[in-house]
Design a protein around this ligand. Structure first.
Ligand SMILES: [Zn+2]
Length: 245
């Protein structure tokens, strides 16, 4: 014996009550399946993480280029400085006595000094750029970590929800089997047809003398018959099964 929404489901139940319960079970199963389907779509959609990963790659590349530029400028400074030092050494070594050669060495030394100053400016700018890139990269890393963490939490929640819905559906399927015992095959056929036609809802309540499916009035005779619970009564307008509480 199974108790469903406070109603004891067993093989002796009237067809009308059984079909009403069947409808409730099927509606719940449909909702579970729809939610599970949506969860699968959300889980398959990894665009946010992929975008964050792309941003991270880009910021890492930019940072690498900035660092390489700093290193390159420093390399150039080292070469020019070394050239300048050897020129100075030669200039003051006393081995060069020719005035023209001394003048050339002096000019060359001045030119190299100017070049070193230019390169130092260039290096300073490159270091500022590198610092900015470093800050930007740190921010992107923080964003990436947040996105990945949030995604992990969401996935976990959705997987648990999906699992719980699946378990619920298994229980509902067992209840459904029991409800089916009191429903004649031809009634079940009509029920299935109406479910297909009306997006899963074959059984509707009568509220204030109206069919809650289509909104049309239901005759007093039909309401009485439906209330009796012995015969299946259909709405004259939409043909769905009527159930009176
Ligand atoms: Zn109707």
């Amino acid at each position: 014996m199974i108790i469903h929404w406070g109603v004891i489901i067993d093989a002796t139940m009237s067809t009308v009550v059984s079909i009403y319960i069947l409808q409730q079970i099927d509606t719940k199963i449909d909702r579970n399946n729809e939610r599970i389907r949506r969860i699968e779509i959300i889980l398959a959609d990894r665009r946010v993480v992929e975008q964050a990963s792309e941003d991270l790659d880009k910021a890492t590349d930019t940072m690498r280029s900035a660092s390489q530029e700093c290193t390159a400028v420093q390399g150039e400074i080292d070469i020019v400085t070394s050239k300048h030092e050897s020129g100075e050494k030669r200039l003051y070594s006393g081995t060069v006595t020719n005035p023209k050669e001394l003048k050339d060495l002096q000019d060359q030394g001045d030119a190299l000094t100017r070049r070193i100053m230019e390169l130092e400016d260039k290096k300073l700018n490159a270091m500022i750029v590198e610092e900015d890139c470093k800050d930007a990269l740190e921010e992107v890393v923080r964003q990436y970590d947040t996105v990945v963490d949030e995604r992990g939490v969401l996935q976990e929640e959705l997987r648990l929800e999906s699992k719980s819905l699946s378990n619920d559906t298994v229980k509902l399927a067992a209840e459904r089997e029991v409800a089916l015992n009191s429903i004649p095959v031809e009634v079940l056929g009509n029920y299935n047809n109406a479910r297909t036609k009306y997006r899963g809802v074959a059984v509707v309540l009568v509220n204030d003398g109206m069919c809650s499916g289509c909104g049309m009035g239901v005759s007093t005779a039909s309401i009485q018959a439906a209330r009796g619970g012995d015969t299946m009564v259909n709405c004259d307008n939409c043909n769905r099964f009527l159930y009176v509480k």
